[in-house]
Design a protein around this ligand. Structure first.
Ligand SMILES: [Zn+2]
Length: 249
């Protein structure tokens, strides 16, 4: 393979690594938003569980107040019962007592319902607390992983910049000019492998004569369609030899 082709392939590898690293680094704010959303969602679940528990407790306290009122009425009626003069009066107060007793009973049933409900709400609240704590830990770990990866990406960008300088200094200036021009027009991808007669990036079939020249990897040939510099990966002789005698797949 001609040294120039080797160099443009190496140059493309570096530039593609830069594009990839920059894209991943640019994802950081979006990933941060994802972390924040996860924490917010867990916090909201906890707040909602806490709210329902408070509502339950407030409702129960209200009913307990009502029970106290009815019990105060009951004891008042019982006192009055001591002082009644007529059977009619007696029956009237007895009737009031029954009403008040019914009121107390209904409310005590409601209190019981609230207490049973509170068991579930307490459990939900506790679970939501645990889930928030777990999510905080998980987000922290994911953020540390991301920061580690991004630190490595930044370091690799610096390393690549150094390697690229050396490569650019060694490459033929005309070839470099073609590379830079195509890279600018084609989103940074100036080199394409040709395989089975096709440019593997724009997928257009090459003229047979062009493809045959590319197969030799001796000169800079551009794809007629996307203008990328073409190269061909030589069929590995070793692999071809190893395949001999193996059953067909
Ligand atoms: Zn092409």
């Amino acid at each position: 393979m001609s040294p120039d082709i080797e160099r443009v392939i190496a140059l493309q590898r570096l530039d593609s690594a830069v594009i990839d690293a920059e894209r991943r680094l640019a994802d950081e704010p979006e990933r941060e938003k994802g972390f924040a959303a996860r924490l917010e969602s867990a916090s909201e679940r906890l707040a909602s569980a806490r709210h329902r528990l408070t509502e339950n407790q407030n409702a129960r306290r209200e009913i307990e107040k009502e029970v106290a009122i009815q019990q105060a009425r009951l004891s008042k009626f019982r006192d009055q019962l001591m002082d009644v003069k007529t059977n009619r009066e007696y029956q009237a107060i007895q009737h009031e007592i029954e009403i008040a007793q019914n009121e107390v009973r209904t409310r005590e049933e409601k209190i019981l319902e609230r207490m049973i409900e509170a068991d579930d709400l307490n459990a939900t609240h506790k679970r939501a607390e645990g889930e928030l704590a777990a999510e905080q830990k998980a987000v922290e770990a994911d953020r540390r992983t991301m920061q580690g990866e991004n630190g490595e990406l930044k370091a690799s960008l610096e390393r690549i910049a150094g390697e690229r300088l050396a490569l650019v200094a060694a490459i033929d200036q005309k070839v470099l000019a073609i590379f830079e021009l195509v890279a600018r027009k084609r989103n940074g991808i100036a080199v394409a492998e040709a395989r089975d007669g096709i440019c593997t990036i724009c997928h257009v079939r090459l003229r047979p004569q062009v493809f045959n020249t590319v197969l030799r990897n001796e000169q800079i040939i551009q794809c007629d369609t996307c203008n990328r510099i073409l190269y061909s990966t030589p069929k590995p002789a070793a692999a071809a030899r190893d395949n001999v005698g193996q059953p067909a797949q």
